[in-house]
Ligand binder design. Structure first.
Ligand code: CO
Length: 136
C-alpha cells in the first residue's frame, strides 16, 4: 500500500492568472513555484497553505489530452499525488499487484520531482501520481 503523505492535488485550469489570483490574493495561499513542464505539456504553478499544496495546470496546447479532459470547464480536478521514498520500487510493486501504469519508467515532473502516473482504470477513475522528491 501507499503509506505516504499527499504531495499535492492538481487542478487543470483555463485561465491560469485568474486561478493564481484566486488562490493567492483571495484565499491567501503562497506561491511556491511556477514553471513550464514540457514533458507533460503544461505550465504548473504550486500554491501552498499550511501543509497543503495545490498544483494549478495550464495546458500549453489547447488540443492536448489534458485540455480536452478539462473541456469547457474553467477548472477541473486532474490528479492526486502521493509522495514515496523510492518510486521505482513502488511502481514495480504496484505492477506486480496488477495495477496498470501509465508510466512504466518514472519521468521528470514539476518542482524537481520524479513522477509516474497510474492508470485511472486501475484506480477507481481518479488519476494518481506517485512522486519522489529529489531534494527532500
Ligand atoms: Co502532479
Amino acid at each position: 500500500m501507499i503509506d505516504a503523505p499527499l504531495d499535492h492535488v492538481a487542478i487543470v485550469v483555463r485561465d491560469l492568472d485568474a486561478a493564481i489570483a484566486l488562490y493567492t490574493t483571495t484565499l491567501g495561499f503562497s506561491l511556491v513555484y511556477r514553471e513550464l513542464v514540457p514533458d507533460q505539456g503544461v505550465e504548473a504553478v504550486g500554491v501552498r497553505t499550511g501543509d497543503a499544496v495545490i498544483e494549478l495546470l495550464r495546458p500549453l496546447d489547447e488540443g492536448s489530452p489534458i485540455a480536452k479532459y478539462r473541456g469547457d470547464a474553467q477548472t477541473k480536478l486532474h490528479h492526486t499525488a502521493y509522495r514515496v521514498d523510492d518510486i521505482r520500487v513502488e511502481l514495480e510493486r504496484l505492477k506486480r499487484a496488477g495495477v496498470r501504469l501509465i508510466d512504466e519508467q518514472p519521468r521528470r515532473g514539476a518542482h524537481g520531482n520524479t513522477i509516474a502516473f497510474l492508470h485511472p482504470k486501475s484506480t477507481g477513475g481518479v488519476l494518481i501520481e506517485l512522486c519522489q522528491r529529489e531534494n527532500g
